[in-house]
Write a protein that binds this ligand. Structure first.
Ligand SMILES: [Zn+2]
Length: 244
């Protein structure tokens, strides 16, 4: 019997995000062309775009409805969500809200000093790394947009806390989809099945080129002109710096 494997990009942004113009249908096409079996669409602070995309997805590519949530302690990824989770909660409250829906909680780009993220904060003032690690099902040990030593530090964090690691593109454009992929040793269609496979995940780690990353500021500008502003809660601290 041939072993069935899954190929997943677990962190991408469609045009429903304030900083992406990527058309979800084209993202799914790209995922299919690359041979991905799962594409998580994790827009900032909303899941409506991902839900629409999930309804459209052709056989062969499963769209996972996710969200990248700005918690007070940094960004958190929720996968397999049914309702959007508001920004501005603590990381613990955010993870609890994800679990309440039966979802998976992931820690994205934890040490990327250019972006608000849990690990960078944990190494600073708010949360102890141990306390942070207990909240999550997995850590993004490779984010294709991360800078400098952020990925090796994330990998060390995952190893030290015995958390599974994943690789994600963090795509903000169609051409970035699948640049980094998590390979799982079996099929899955639920959060529980993915959680079970994660400890045996392997990663295919690529890197977004500088040219590709230039698209994000352009996309933000275009979204602003369309009046499609980011959903923000009054209590959220501003980003440390703009996402490059
Ligand atoms: Zn992201």
């Amino acid at each position: 019997m041939t072993a069935v494997r899954s190929f997943a990009d677990l962190h991408t942004h469609s045009a429903a995000s304030f900083d992406s113009l990527a058309d979800a249908a084209r993202m799914i096409e790209r995922a299919a062309a690359l041979g991905l079996t799962h594409l998580a669409i994790t827009d900032h602070e909303r899941i409506d775009g991902a839900q629409r995309a999930a309804a459209l997805a052709p056989a062969g590519v499963s769209v996972i409805v996710g969200e990248e949530i700005r918690s007070r302690d940094g960004d958190v990824i929720g996968l397999f969500l049914e309702q959007a989770i508001p920004p501005g909660l603590s990381a613990a409250e955010t993870a609890a809200a994800i679990r309440e829906q039966g979802g998976l909680a992931g820690l994205p780009h934890p040490f990327d000093s250019f972006r608000s993220s849990g690990g960078a904060k944990a190494s600073g003032r708010r949360m102890q790394p141990d306390e942070l690690a207990r909240l999550f099902d997995y850590v993004e040990v490779h984010n294709a947009r991360a800078y400098r030593d952020a990925n090796p530090r994330a990998a060390a964090f995952a190893r030290d806390h015995a958390l599974p690691g994943v690789a994600s593109s963090d795509a903000h454009s169609v051409m970035e989809v699948g640049i980094a992929v998590t390979v799982l040793p079996g099929p899955f269609s639920t959060a529980a099945e993915l959680r079970e496979l994660l400890p045996a995940a392997t990663i295919v780690a690529g890197r977004a080129s500088y040219y590709v990353r230039l698209w994000t500021p352009l996309a933000k500008l275009a979204q602003r002109l369309r009046g499609d502003r980011r959903i923000v809660a009054a209590t959220i601290p501003p980003r440390d710096t703009e996402t490059p």
